[in-house]
Design a binder for this molecule. Structure first.
Ligand SMILES: NC(=O)C1=CN([C@@H]2O[C@H](COP(=O)(O)OP(=O)(O)OC[C@H]3O[C@@H](n4cnc5c(N)ncnc54)[C@H](OP(=O)(O)O)[C@@H]3O)[C@@H](O)[C@H]2O)C=CC1
Ligand SMILES: CC(C)(CO)C(=O)C(=O)O
Length: 310
């Protein structure tokens, strides 16, 4: 392979979703993949996978064409600093996480970089260190978080190139014109199902059947997030709430990645799923009492799991 054809990718956060997409990217031609693994470093290293593994980005001692962030968005603003040694003027950041506002700390730290923002519907879980079960569905939407200081043709080239790797990796995905629509749609879903399955420790269907108030509360919560999105100029319809409720009722009952975190007493992604919409809603003077209440209670619960991240 000519060095100029090689695409250097760093995958940051080798958990359930990171492992899934590391597998996809490892199937693409010309990709040299390096992964940053933390707690599962030894377990994965001992399996002899043909990928380069490091514990800290700086250990890679090179820069990357793409840095795929699939870590939990727990303390998002702390991550760009750790990636600084491996970012250069050609690096594109790819974010595969739930939540909204995830891109902002990266744009602030790397104002010249392109950012690709992804919403995945893959359901996966790391059952033991280094072992990941793909539990349900496979779909992803990807789009630019536009950077007006980068030429539009270059941004598109970077998007197309990454999309071609996903195609070669044989995963299901769509390139979309305004990814914020899909990010907010997914956050309406996560704000409801992740929060309510975590607070109750029930699956989605048991929660909905638990009392006559459960369905209306779920709908109210979704409507408030949609209201915030609309006021942030993201064109969602209020009818999305009923679509998402019908969607869940048409599926097997599920828990959520947040519920898994709570069961494992690990920090939960409260800020990017609830905190950002709450802050936006308050800035805009919107009435969001249900969303705010759920956010405050989950923030309290999260205190039990908060620990120092190294
Ligand atoms: N799991 C799912 O079904 C779905 C998850 N998502 C989203 O995908 C993203 C990843 O979730 P998921 O794969 O489930 O999470 P996991 O907990 O399985 O994996 C997260 C990985 O990132 C590592 N990590 C976390 N924080 C940091 C950090 N600050 N620096 C370096 N590594 C870090 C963890 O290491 P360590 O083990 O050492 O903590 C772990 O290996 C989240 O935003 C989640 O909401 C979206 C759709 C579905
Ligand atoms: C897998 C899925 C789609 C289930 O709601 C999810 O996003 C999560 O658990 O965080």
């Amino acid at each position: 392979m000519a060095a100029s054809d090689q695409i250097d990718i760093l995958l940051y956060g080798l958990g359930a979703i990171g492992s899934f997409y590391a597998f996809i990217l490892s199937r693409a031609r010309n990709v040299r993949l390096t992964v940053v693994a933390r707690s599962n470093y030894d377990a994965v290293k001992n399996k002899g996978l043909k990928i380069t593994m490091v514990k800290y980005p700086a250990e890679a001692q090179s820069t990357f064409d793409y840095i795929v962030c699939a870590h939990k968005a727990i303390d998002q603003p702390s991550v760009p600093k750790r990636l600084e040694p491996v970012v250069n003027e050609k690096t594109t950041i790819v974010i595969i996480q739930n939540g909204v506002g995830n891109e902002e700390p990266f744009r602030e730290a790397f104002p010249g970089a392109s950012i690709l923002s992804c919403v995945t519907w893959v359901g996966a879980r790391q059952t033991e260190p280094g072992i990941v079960a793909h539990t349900k569905s496979e779909d992803m939407q990807i789009g630019l978080f536009p950077n007006h200081s980068v030429e539009a043709s270059l941004e598109k080239e970077r998007l197309d190139r990454f999309a071609s790797l996903l195609t070669q990796g044989k995963t299901i995905f769509q390139v979309v014109p305004d990814i914020q629509v899909q990010r907010w749609e997914k956050v309406v879903w996560n704000a409801a199902w992740n929060s309510l399955t975590t607070l109750t420790m029930l699956d989605t269907h048991s929660w909905l059947k638990s009392s006559p108030g459960a369905l209306p509360l779920t709908r109210r919560l979704m409507h408030e997030v949609i209201h915030v999105a609309q006021n942030c100029n993201v064109p969602l319809e209020q009818s999305l709430a009923d679509l998402l409720i019908d969607k869940i009722l048409g599926m097997h009952a599920i828990g959520s990645s947040m519920q898994v975190d709570a069961k494992n007493e690990r920090p939960m992604e409260i800020e990017i799923i609830l905190g950002y919409p709450v802050r936006k809603g308050k800035e805009l003077g919107l009435s969001i009492p249900t969303l705010e209440t759920i956010y405050i209670i989950l923030t309290g619960m999260n205190q039990r799991f908060t620990r120092t991240v190294i």
